[in-house]
Design a protein around this ligand. Structure first.
Ligand code: SAM
Length: 228
């Protein structure tokens, strides 16, 4: 099944299952990530792979953006976002072909989305293109990790409980895919290297809850092309 169809199929239960399977930690992780971002006046924010809009809503609680765009290729996930908060601007888009102008966005958020994209390099180059100089790209994601807690959790515990919970409450295959995609994703360091290859400067990598999730913060430098 295509990834877009898979998310369209689970849109009604996505939020509930997200909170349930992470024991509510996803809410805290998004908030922590938003607090790390600079508070820019009148910021234009793009929540890329934004789904049901929770990352945009979390950002609105810590800053006061001028525009919050939720970009996702699954139209039904976007419908949920619009129902939750009328001020969000849903735009159906593919992260590898963003329908926004060059240098038009101050902040890009990406929560649990990049893992689903097969051409990560293209997604990074699109994110770099639409960001203004000095703009930040914040990724909150489940990465491959060598730390004990995530290794144990994702290799031993998650394959047993996540598809089972998904079967009871939603679509089992989607949650089998979730476990598979985490175990086969790259490490935060490899991810940061890809961001740097696209022109970004690495600002920070933070492990959350012992490495169950990570925040990777990168910046498009003021002086374009300057690496740090
Ligand atoms: C796990 S959900 C995350 C939703 C939301 N960001 C959150 O924090 O809960 C992943 C989302 O990424 C979207 N997605 C996956 N690949 C995409 C792509 N290439 N372009 C746009 N959206 C994509 C899916 O439709 C889905 O809504």
């Amino acid at each position: 099944m295509q990834i877009r169809d898979m998310f369209n199929n689970i849109h009604k239960r996505y939020d509930t299952l997200n909170h349930l399977m992470s024991a509510g930690r996803d809410i805290a992780w998004r908030r922590t990530c938003c607090k790390k971002l600079p508070k820019k006046e009148n910021a234009i924010v793009l929540d890329l792979c934004g789904g049901t809009g929770d990352f945009s809503i979390a950002y609105k609680k810590v800053a006061n953006p001028k525009l919050s765009i939720v970009g996702d290729f699954a139209d039904k996930m976007l419908q949920v976002a619009s129902q939750k908060d009328l001020s969000l601007i849903p735009i159906q888009m593919d992260a590898t072909n963003i329908p926004l102008n060059d240098n038009s966005v101050d902040i890009i958020l990406n929560g649990f989305g990049m893992r689903n994209i097969s051409n990560l390099d293209l997604a990074f180059s699109e994110a770099f293109r639409v960001l203004k100089a000095g703009g930040y790209f914040a990724t909150l994601e489940f990465f491959k990790s060598e730390k004990i807690i995530p290794k144990l959790f994702y290799q031993k515990i998650a394959p047993l409980i996540i598809p089972f919970a998904g079967m009871i409450l939603s679509k089992r295959n989607a949650y089998r895919y979730l476990v598979f995609s985490i175990m086969n994703f790259i490490s935060p360091q490899e991810y940061a290297a890809k961001a740097r290859a696209a022109g970004f400067a690495l600002r920070s990598i933070n492990a959350l809850d012992g490495g169950l999730a990570y925040i990777v913060l990168v910046e498009k430098n003021e002086i374009l092309g300057e690496q740090s």
